[in-house]
Design a protein around this ligand. Sequence first.
Ligand code: AMP
Length: 195
Amino acid sequence: MRLLMVGPPGAGKGTQAVRIATHFQLQHLSSGDLLRKHVAEETSVGKRVAEYLKAGDLVPDAIVLDILRKPIVAATEAGGYVLDGFPRTVGQASAGYAVAQDLGAAVQVVVHLAVPREELIRRMLERGKQSGRSDDTLEVITHRIDVYEELTTPMLEYYAERGERVLHFDGAQPIDEVTTTVIRALEALRAGLAG
Ligand code: AMP
């Protein structure tokens, strides 16, 4: 099964993605985690993307596509993936689709977690206290939510128009409840999915 998680920063995408991946034995691929790893290891990619991450701006498409290509193909061969954080724009979604379709690696189900803005801010400020992530400050959090609303939300319509299965969930529910609801919906769908 090949899944895509869509939701604003702070919606719990990463947490749910890990749980879904474990449940269905899929690989969890997080573009944010991969990019942060490059920054931490000070690779050439890391040096090029550090400022974008710090500001909460999107990294150029070519870089993200490049670092994800191999892991996506490998995960597809190993039984499927839960993609978390990519694609994030209609441009990335269509570029990714062109490549993935040829490889038989295209997304089959889109899982959308919706959470009100105030709750997102509350959660991320809380997370910032623990994680020390440089993009979990109020100013950057607000900016990341704006970027999401402007650039990522239109992607949901794009997928719907393309005829993909888009499942909407209330991400403001307690985290375990969201997991149970999403897994139940995916279990029901899985039987009908080919490949
Ligand atoms: P995340 O962990 O998904 O919240 O991503 C953290 C940061 O990584 C974002 O604010 C962006 O700077 C960058 N990033 C992650 N995924 C993408 C993507 N698909 N396209 C562009 N930038 C991304």
